[in-house]
Design a protein around this ligand. Structure first.
Ligand code: ATR
Length: 277
């Protein structure tokens, strides 16, 4: 029987997920459909009840439901509890399991791009939901240190504390250059660059050392001002579509039990490039 999947959110019509999963299901010969399903906050519990009755086999969950969905499910993966948000639901009979694939997506995007988290000094720009997944990806990947810099310093402090690990600390923006000089990986998780493509989350006088791998989670535009600058300064760069691709492949794995190959990830990235730019 054809399986039914969707991304739920509000607004959801600009989501790349239907394009992404449409390609993935076709490429893998999976008998399934995937649509963008607009769900207002007040309709969320009815949506999950319908899923429990069989309307959906799996759902991707996006803004504003990633936190609100948690009390409505039957089981939570440990990363959902640690990150505090769910982005994937899978129906197991009449039970619903929640997962978070963002940390795995971030980790595999870094690995695929040639960066090694084990033993790395990592700097994370931002302290929102995306930053949280980067923090746990870095912790679980064996990073040596994780420094969080954010426009609102209190939020960086709160995230470092919530991570509950001595390797993790907030960083004052004035110390950023010194820390970057001794870092291996920079993960950009703020929304800067999305609405104003020329804007950069880094001050103009910051120099990115060549040894740094720079991963920007923003994928619209694909080459952000930060990635262009990093590439010009000789750094290895990893664009935000890789994280989107790999977190989706983890969702696919939870739904089908199949781990997609790096070749599939490459094909998916190439397919999405056109849609994202
Ligand atoms: P997401 O779930 O995508 O992480 P979020 O939780 O709203 O989104 O977090 C957005 C992040 O981008 C925050 O770290 C935010 O900084 P603040 O905590 O100071 O709000 C950061 N951000 C958004 N606009 C910014 C800007 N113009 N300059 C610097 N940081 C910005």
């Amino acid at each position: 029987m054809t399986k039914r999947f969707a991304v739920i959110g509000s607004p959801v019509k600009h989501s790349l997920s239907p394009t992404l999963f449409g390609f993935l299901f076709a490429e893998s010969g999976t008998d399934a459909t995937y649509i963008a399903h607009e769900v207002a906050p007040e309709a969320l519990s009815d949506c999950i009840a319908a899923m429990r009755k069989g309307e959906w086999d799996g759902l991707s969950v996006t803004v504003p439901h990633k936190l609100a969905v948690r009390p409505l499910v039957d089981e939570e993966d440990s990363l959902v509890i640690r990150i505090g948000a769910a982005n994937t639901l899978a129906r197991r009979g009449d039970r619903i399991a929640a997962y978070n694939t963002d940390a795995a997506g971030c980790a595999r995007a870094l690995a695929h791009g040639g960066a090694t988290l084990q033993g790395a000094n990592v700097v994370i720009l931002g302290a929102g939901g995306a930053a949280r997944s980067a923090v746990f990806a870095a912790l679980d990947g064996g990073a040596k240190s994780i420094r969080i810099v954010n426009r609102t310093a209190d939020k960086a402090q709160a995230l470092a504390q919530a991570a509950g690990d001595a390797r993790c600390a907030a960083l004052d923006a004035t110390s950023l250059q010194g820390v970057l000089n001794d870092s291996d990986i920079l993960i950009q998780s703020t929304t800067v660059g999305m609405s104003a493509p020329d804007s950069s989350p880094l001050a103009a006088d910051i120099v990115l050392p060549r040894r740094l791998t720079v991963h920007d989670m923003v994928y619209r535009p694909l080459e952000t001002a930060l990635l262009a600058r990093a590439a010009a300064q000789g750094c290895r760069v990893i664009d935000g579509l890789w994280m989107l691709v790999f977190q989706a492949l983890k969702q696919f794995e939870y739904w089908t039990g199949v781990r997609a190959s790096d070749e599939t990830a490459l094909a998916l990235h190439a397919h999405l490039r056109g849609a994202a730019t």
